[in-house]
Design a protein around this ligand. Structure first.
Ligand SMILES: Nc1nc2c(ncn2[C@@H]2O[C@H](COP(=O)(O)OP(=O)(O)OP(=O)(O)O)[C@@H](O)[C@H]2O)c(=O)[nH]1
Length: 184
């Protein structure tokens, strides 16, 4: 069984934990409890292949941002999350994408990555159109984009599966430098 390290990045409260918990445990967490860091594991089967996903749910809040380089260094695939109900979280994606490229020392085209527009069940509160997100992802270099809802489960497993496919097909993004602190 192959271990794959997946890192979720995104601003505070966009739903990184809710997405992960919905995927791993099949339940929606309603309350908001800011994450410091959490690792989840899920065994999956795709075709004839078996994978153990190690999913790092990172902190969106400023206090813990310095840890991000370390998570990125160890990660092989990246899920960048914003909330369709908060424009600022969409604008903050670019800096995260740049940070991943800087730490991985690779262009985005070589890095397994997917952008998720989460909370799409909250359509009346939408602040970011799918068109804007599609254009941004295209501009970055055809990064995959999908809208999700951790609440209704829409596209949650699809998002992880798409990323796993990318990790398998793209040049695997190996840990770049030896880090003293093996986080996951
Ligand atoms: N309606 C709706 N609410 C959501 C969805 N995803 C998350 N939430 C809610 O949004 C709040 C924040 O979700 P979290 O998963 O804790 O957000 P986070 O990105 O992990 O936040 P940090 O730990 O601060 O980085 C919680 O109250 C969730 O229940 C969704 O798809 N739809």
């Amino acid at each position: 069984m192959l271990n794959l390290k997946i890192v979720l990045l995104g601003s505070g409260s966009v739903g990184k934990s809710a997405i992960t918990i919905q995927y791993v445990n099949g339940e929606f967490v309603d309350q908001y409890d800011p994450t410091i860091e959490d690792i989840y594991r899920k065994a999956i089967e795709m075709g004839n292949d078996h994978f153990m996903l190690e999913i790092m749910d990172t902190a969106g809040t400023e206090t813990f941002l310095s840890m991000r380089d370390l998570y990125i260094r160890n990660g092989q695939g990246f899920i960048l999350v914003y909330s369709i109900t908060a424009k600022s979280t969409f604008y903050e994606l670019e800096a995260m994408k740049d940070q991943v490229c800087r730490v991985k020392e690779a262009p985005v085209s070589k890095i397994p990555m997917i952008v998720l527009g989460n909370k799409c069940d909250l359509e009346p509160n939408r602040q970011v159109s799918s068109k804007d997100a599609e254009s941004l992802c295209k501009k970055w270099g055809d990064v995959e984009f999908i809208e999700t809802s951790a609440k209704t489960k829409l596209n949650i497993s699809q998002a992880f599966e798409q990323l796993v496919k990318q990790i398998r097909t793209k040049q695997p993004a190996k840990p770049t430098k030896k880090s003293k602190c093996q986080l996951f």
